[in-house]
Design a protein around this ligand. Structure first.
Ligand code: SF4
Length: 302
């Protein structure tokens, strides 16, 4: 180890499984900068397979020989790159859309998870919600209503958040989230911390629909997703909208910005700017889900 540390030049270690295990290396972008756009490391859950291909001298997904064993989703990915097209499983998308019951509530939470708990009864790394965005579509024909909550002040943000959420989500209709497990877990934790809301929260949980499902199933896949079903990749692929113009474009950045704004030493003006950035970021997540659903409906109605 010491010999490596005192070397004048970087060791010539090839890219391999050590780049992502046990944690993603911070230099991944640097070491992979010269790889082609659709390189084997963008293979959906490629893992060891990607390393094996790379060690065989195959860097492009399009170059993977047909005899090399890929799973169904990886085959879809390769086919979309080779043919430069979008894969659609209309039937599967229709089945997904068929589950939606109006009014539709598109919900996204932002949370922070400090190692030292800030509030009584919470534990290290517990996700504490401080913001939500809620887009509401009452009927297929109606316009969109947007409600957002972003905590103010240093107090525990959860009571005010829960109060706003329970007033704005009605008693019927689907609640759409992207990777619903996260929103469900936040709500379950809230129901334990604030049992007076438990009945209300328990009535919401069975109504969740996960928009990640059709994308994780590759019912829709576009090469620009580069092997990812995350909202950040799916939104531009399906709708053309993206997070490029936003100052805050990731959940981690949103948490840090909130903590900075709330407990840091920033001026009122700086805090106001962060508030606007947080509202824009969380709002795009839920508006994005609305637009994705609209696009999926358009595609399947053709
Ligand atoms: S990404 Fe990190 S682990 Fe992988 S080759 Fe580069 S420096 Fe080594």
């Amino acid at each position: 180890m010491f010999e490596i540390v005192i070397m004048a030049d970087c060791p010539e270690t090839p890219i391999g499984s050590q780049c992502d295990e046990p944690y993603e290396c911070a230099l991944n972008g640097f070491c992979r900068a010269n790889l082609p756009e659709h390189n084997v490391f963008t293979l959906y859950y490629g893992g060891k397979k990607a390393c094996e291909l790379y060690n065989l001298g195959i860097t492009e997904i399009a170059e993977i020989p047909p005899i090399f064993q890929l799973n169904e989703k990886q085959q879809i990915q390769r086919s979309c790159i080779v043919n430069n097209n979008t894969h659609l499983d209309r039937e599967r998308i229709q089945l997904f859309l068929g589950q939606l019951q109006y009014p539709l509530y598109f919900l996204d939470f932002e949370t922070f998870n400090t190692v030292i708990p800030l509030f009584d009864g919470t534990h290290p790394y517990q996700n504490i919600p401080f913001q939500f965005s809620l887009h509401i579509k009452e009927t297929p024909e109606s316009g969109l209503r947007h409600i957002s909550f972003l905590a103010k002040g240093k107090n525990d943000p959860r009571p005010d958040l829960l109060d706003s959420l329970s007033r704005n989500i009605g008693d019927s209709g689907s609640i759409v989230a992207y990777n619903k497990q996260f929103e469900e877990k936040v709500l379950k934790d809230l129901s334990i911390a604030f049992p007076e809301y438990a009945d209300r929260i328990n009535s919401m949980l069975p109504r969740f629909i996960d928009l990640l499902v059709p994308f994780r199933a590759f019912a829709y896949y576009n090469p620009s997703q580069k092997g990812s079903a995350s909202l950040k990749k799916v939104l531009p692929a399906v709708t053309g909208m993206d997070y490029m113009g936003l100052e805050i474009g990731k959940g981690d950045d949103a948490s840090l910005a909130y903590l900075d704004m709330t407990y840091g030493d920033l001026s009122d003006e700086e805090c106001l700017t962060i508030r606007e950035q947080l509202l824009a970021y969380c709002g795009l997540d839920t508006e994005g889900m609305v637009r994705i659903i609209e696009k999926l409906e358009e595609i399947t109605n053709k």
